[in-house]
Design a protein around this ligand. Structure first.
Ligand SMILES: NC(=O)C1=CN([C@@H]2O[C@H](COP(=O)(O)OP(=O)(O)OC[C@H]3O[C@@H](n4cnc5c(N)ncnc54)[C@H](O)[C@@H]3O)[C@@H](O)[C@H]2O)C=CC1
Ligand SMILES: O=C(O)[C@H]1O[C@H](OP(=O)(O)OP(=O)(O)OC[C@H]2O[C@@H](n3ccc(=O)[nH]c3=O)[C@H](O)[C@@H]2O)[C@H](O)[C@@H](O)[C@@H]1O
Length: 448
């Protein structure tokens, strides 16, 4: 099957590579000429485990290609996937300009029947807007061609994107057209061998399913962070509470890890967009708004802990930060908790020495050269001359620390564990002050 994918970002590239890998012919098109040139040179512009190899294998097999030529790309596929960004607008709504631009492009260049598949995360009603946009372009050209628009939201997580795409729990398709259903079954058939994962539903339901899924997951995170904040003041340890509640299968262990707030390109913007939609239709979504408020507060937690450790005296201090990406196994720093921390530290006159296994270049790109930021190539180099260590991301490489060595290296023996990777007692036994998330009075710091 011939498939065109607009947008060669996280979703577009993973979708393209995975669909090519199961034998489809895929053409990826992007407006970013530099990105396309890099892809054509065999370079993958993002860090996603397994993606580079998957793309290079399928490129060598002649099943995936990259172009900036939109006319050629529209001509190519029966399925025209839209996988472009839908960032937050100033008012919190999803900005649809990239999605509608692609719709315009398809309308301008199509010469036969096409199925426009919206994979970007978009508010309910967007499929109708896409349909109107394509139709308007056809009308401008004075031609009448058949086309369909369906919704096919994506549920992959960065860092595990290929696995999620290939072995995800469901494939949601919003359409009422039999022709579209048939084509989508052909597209995703290879993923349905073990069981039929296709879920056909109305297009508006499919659009809302995506927001409901992300909002639910974000709610779980804000909920446990709220409990962590209570635990902190009540002398309880949220890690014990997490075990206690997660063992109930109705609650489950996933997505209840307390931390320094959710980041990334999706939860923050999608929660905002859903709240905005609710506002627009005159039904303020109280829970969703609270999820966002709790998260905003949580992102300040690490800075607050440092203020607590140093009695607010952070000017002139050097803070080691481990983990810049918003989660492990990605170099993505969009809305990363590390950014909130570093920016607050800089405002307070502190310096940052940071290490991340993959996101150093991205950090450099975002913040450029500055006197108060040093990016180190090795984990422990970030500790040289630092007053305290803060862990922002739970990369595997951070899970084993020689606490005695750490105490020797730090100017002050302070460890702020933003992901609750360690047992407070173990850390304290090595003579370090330990600040975790929601770990109660039992871990009150004992500064030398
Ligand atoms: N990143 C993720 O893990 C997930 C993202 N999503 C959703 O998928 C959508 C895409 O997200 P990402 O892949 O992260 O975005 P991204 O920002 O990584 O990539 C978007 C790409 O689209 C390109 N683009 C913009 N306008 C274009 C046009 N007119 N023609 C061709 N290419 C164009 C950009 O140059 C960029 O390369 C968003 O709606 C997002 O909410 C959904 C599930 C997971
Ligand atoms: O729409 C999207 O883009 C995607 O958003 C999330 O995926 P992603 O943002 O890549 O990463 P997650 O693993 O969900 O983590 C998001 C944030 O939540 C935080 N988190 C996650 C889980 C948890 O228990 N606690 C917690 O603080 C992570 O540290 C991270 O900052 C969803 O998990 C995907 O299903 C969805 O497709």
């Amino acid at each position: 099957m011939r498939i065109t994918i607009f947008g060669s970002g996280y979703v577009g590239l993973v979708t393209g590579a995975c669909l090519a890998d199961v034998g489809h012919q895929v053409m990826c098109v992007d407006i970013d000429a530099e990105k396309v040139a890099r892809l054509n040179d065999g370079e993958v512009p993002i860090y996603e485990p397994g993606l580079e190899e998957l793309i290079s294998n399928n490129k060598a097999a002649g099943r995936i290609e990259f172009t900036t030529d939109a006319a050629k790309a529209v001509e190519f596929g029966l399925l025209q996937f839209i996988a472009v960004g839908t960032p937050s607008d100033e008012d919190g709504s999803a900005d649809l300009k990239y999605v509608l631009k692609v719709a315009e492009t398809i309308g301008q260049h199509m010469n036969d029947y096409k199925i426009v598949v919206d994979k970007s995360t978009v508010p309910v009603g967007t499929a109708s807007k896409v349909e109107r946009t394509v139709a308007a372009e056809l009308e401008k050209r004075g031609i009448n061609l058949e086309f369909d628009v369906c919704s096919n939201p994506e549920f992959l997580k960065e860092g595990a994107a290929i696995e999620d795409f290939s072995r995800g729990s469901r494939i949601v398709v919003g359409t009422d057209s039999e022709r579209v259903k048939k084509a989508m079954i052909e597209c995703y058939g290879p993923y349905n061998r073990q069981r039929d994962k296709m879920m056909f539903m109305g297009v508006r339901s499919a659009e809302l399913t995506k927001y409901a899924a992300n909002a639910m997951l974000a709610t779980k995170i804000s909920f446990i962070n709220e409990v962590a904040n209570l635990a902190e003041r009540l002398g309880a340890d949220v890690e014990e509470v997490r075990h206690g509640i997660g063992s109930d299968p109705r609650i489950g262990y996933s997505f209840i890890y307390p931390g320094c707030g959710y980041g990334g390109s999706c939860f923050p913007k999608d929660v905002k967009a859903l709240a905005h939609t609710a506002e627009e239709i005159g039904h303020p979504a109280e829970m969703i708004k609270a999820v966002e408020r709790v998260n905003a507060r949580q992102k300040n937690k690490l800075f607050e802990k440092l203020c607590q450790a140093f009695d607010g005296q952070l000017a002139g201090k050097t803070i080691a930060v481990w983990g810049l990406a918003f989660k492990p196994n990605t170099d993505d720093m969009r809305e990363a908790p590390s950014r909130a921390l570093m920016e607050a530290l800089w405002d307070a006159g502190a310096r940052v020495q940071a290490f991340d296994p993959e996101a150093t270049a991205e950090c450099q790109r975002i913040y450029g050269e500055r006197d108060d930021l040093v990016l180190t190539e090795r984990r422990d180099d970030a500790l040289e001359g630092a007053h305290a260590l803060v862990i922002c991301t739970e990369w595997k490489a951070f899970r084993t620390i020689d606490f005695n060595e750490l105490r020797e290296k730090l100017v002050e023996p302070v460890l702020v564990d933003g992901r609750n990777l360690f047992q407070p007692d173990t850390v304290k036994a090595a003579g370090l002050a330990y600040y975790g998330i929601g770990r109660g009075d039992s871990v009150r710091p004992v500064l030398a």
